[in-house]
Design a binder for this molecule. Structure first.
Ligand code: NI
Ligand code: MN
Length: 226
């Protein structure tokens, strides 16, 4: 499969047949190389309801009839916007034709702020384990460090982990480096930094803190084969 990073928490996975987009926050994301009109995903996976993750999901999903897979309350809310959705909850896995999705816990919050500045609470935030073509990708979503990351890594050997390092709202570099020890992934890619002033970080600092595992710092738009 082909994996690419697009700034903030956006990850794109291309399998032989399908394009899967995770947390497509494009408008308002000064780091991204993506343009909403150019994205043609088959599937959008969402970790939680915050606007910097849901992003342009409604517009992209409508334009492409993409399936939106999200934590249950968020999926229901996306369904109310007229999208084709599939709701799941923590610990549940489902085999789709494009791959297997399992939502993991994430210690964070989950709400969507509407244009009228109303808060819609969207259930539990999550991380995502995505498995296809024999590879397992873990997108941690927004989360604090938690001890059961070790359990996640033991139950589902991880090929590539996307971990937030921005601090303030999620793990910072030190906690994220500890998370790598617990998760034991083959490759770790830091995300969720430098988009906004409170999450400014030097990813090289994170990389230097990770002693026994491989870290790849990706620039938005960079692609690799997994
Ligand atoms: Ni968040
Ligand atoms: Mn976030």
């Amino acid at each position: 499969m082909q994996i690419s990073y697009h700034g903030h928490s956006i990850v794109k996975i291309k399998t032989g047949e399908f394009t899967i987009l995770i947390d497509p926050f494009i408008n308002g994301n000064k780091l991204t190389d993506l343009v909403v009109e150019n994205e043609k995903p088959d599937v959008i996976l969402l970790t939680h309801g915050h606007n910097d993750h849901v992003g342009d999901t409604v517009e992209i999903a409508k334009a492409n009839d993409a399936l939106v897979v999200a934590p249950n309350e968020l999926a229901i809310y996306m369904g109310m916007q007229g999208l084709r959705t599939h709701g799941m909850n923590l610990g549940g896995a489902k085999e789709f034709e494009f791959g297997t999705v399992k939502f993991t816990q994430a210690f964070h919050s989950s709400s969507y702020q509407t244009e009228d500045d109303e808060f819609i609470y969207t259930g539990m935030p999550a991380g995502i384990l995505f498995t296809a073509e024999g590879k397992t990708i873990y997108h941690a979503g927004d989360t604090a460090l938690f001890g059961d990351m070790e359990l996640i890594g033991r139950r589902h050997p991880i090929d590539v982990a996307f971990l937030p390092i921005g601090d303030n709202f999620t793990m910072g570099p030190k906690d994220a480096a500890y998370a790598v020890k617990l998760l034991n992934p083959k490759l770790t890619i830091p995300v969720h930094f430098n988009t906004f002033p409170p999450i400014e970080q030097n990813p090289e600092v994170f990389k230097a803190l990770v002693l026994k595992h491989e870290v790849k710092i990706m620039t938005p738009g960079e692609v690799f084969e997994c």
